[in-house]
Design a protein around this ligand. Structure first.
Ligand code: CP3
Length: 354
């Protein structure tokens, strides 16, 4: 099971951390906190070390990845680190012609549109991403008892970038393929599930203590379409890593109507954005899962009092949950005041100290 102590071994400080306990729905000393995009442009020390180095190149330099991943842990005292990388890194690693353009996001030179294009999506092997294994090795030594979260993009969100050729508001090419050629769509998502599962396995075997599957754009779908056209591929990813016993987190944006199905896909922890209060999210997800969330990242631009009021509401809504990991409802916005994040960690810790 994902939630048992490793047989015959004394539990490590990492295993006993508040973050992993909350994921396992065990009692915690305080509600653990981490932030999606906690490493990144909100931190001056990040902007400094990234200067002149393109995003994808920085993901391939283990010492730089280690430094950037540690920065928010040092500065904010968050309860978990998230591996510094990007959801398109495994696609780049198998030779897809893509880049991350500043201020835009991932751009794919030749989008995947026809059945012949599928052949470009070959399997990922650990040898394709040796820099990931190396970086996680360095990191787990530096992190001590702080858990490291590995991550990957979910098949639907990766497919959206590959089929559209870049970020998209309406996902029209993606949906055209999904509705117009369901067999090719299923084959595409199945290939992406294999690549994603392989990428998560590399991270877990290198020392990641939890994994998060980002299906950031899946909120664009109705539940029936999610169930038919996406859930089988996401389930394949979760099943592929179930045997490691590390918590699996499943996150998307605008997924209020999909929360139950995202839980069914096989996660131990379901991420919730700010549109659904956590007590209502718990009813939708059902028993046996922890929740993660869900402060609107834009709230951090308001006064300290307003941030505390909104945070208190979230902690109250989370009071009856089986397990709660505090997070934002989506990533830290680049112009966020980092001190507001540090204060937020401290506020959640003191408010929930048991
Ligand atoms: O701290 C962390 O959360 C780890 C780092 C991380 C990055 N990308 C680094 C990054 C994580 C977890 C991601 C995942 C990711 N990448 C997602 C899923 C999470 C989400 O936001 O929903 C998605 C959709 C992407 C694709 C992507 N990459 C986008 C939309 C962008 C933003 C474009 C921009 O410049 O605003 C990126 C680029 C990216 N990934 C940056 C970072 C720090 C910014 C580039 C830079 O700093 O130069």
């Amino acid at each position: 099971s994902a939630n048992q102590s490793p047989a015959g071994k004394p539990p490590t400080a990492t295993y006993e951390s508040a973050f992993l306990k909350a994921c396992r729905r065990e009692a915690v000393p305080h509600t653990p906190v981490w932030f999606m995009r906690q490493a990144g442009r909100s931190l001056p020390e990040y902007r400094k070390v990234r200067e002149g180095i393109p995003m994808l190149e920085s993901c391939m330099r283990p010492e730089l990845v280690t430094e950037i991943t540690l920065q928010p842990v040092r500065r904010h005292g968050v309860d978990a680190a998230i591996f510094f990388s990007d959801i398109v890194v495994p696609l780049k690693a198998i030779g897809i012609d893509l880049d991350i353009k500043p201020g835009i996001g991932p751009v794919v030179e030749n989008p995947i549109r026809s059945r012949a294009d599928l052949a470009r999506l070959r399997d990922l092997t650990p040898e394709d991403v040796t820099y990931v294994t190396e970086a996680i090795g360095l990191l787990t030594r530096e992190l001590g008892g702080t858990p490291l979260i590995g991550f990957a993009g979910a098949p639907f969100t990766l497919a959206s970038y590959l089929v559209e050729g870049g970020p998209s508001r309406n996902h029209e090419h993606t949906k055209a393929l999904m509705y117009g050629d369901p067999q090719m769509w299923a084959d595409l998502l199945d290939r992406l599930a294999g690549i994603t599962a392989a990428f998560l396995k590399v991270q877990i075997e290198a020392g990641a203590s939890a994994v998060q599957l980002f299906d950031s754009w899946v909120g664009a779908l109705a539940p029936a379409d999610y169930r038919r056209s996406v859930l089988p591929a996401s389930r394949k990813v979760f099943e592929a890593v179930a045997g490691y016993g590390v918590p699996r987190i499943h996150f998307g944006v605008g997924t209020g109507e999909l929360l139950g199905l995202m839980g069914e896909a096989g996660a131990d922890v379901v991420g919730v954005d700010w549109r659904v209060p956590l007590d209502e999210a718990a009813r939708r997800v059902g028993p046996g899962k922890a929740l993660q969330g869900n402060l609107d990242p834009a709230v951090l631009f308001s006064s300290r009092e307003a941030v505390e009021t909104k945070t208190r509401e979230i902690l109250d809504a989370a009071a009856g949950l089986e397990g709660h990991v505090f997070n934002l409802g989506h990533g830290v916005l680049p112009s966020t005041d980092p001190d507001a994040l540090t204060r937020l960690v401290e506020y959640v810790h003191t408010q929930t100290a048991r």
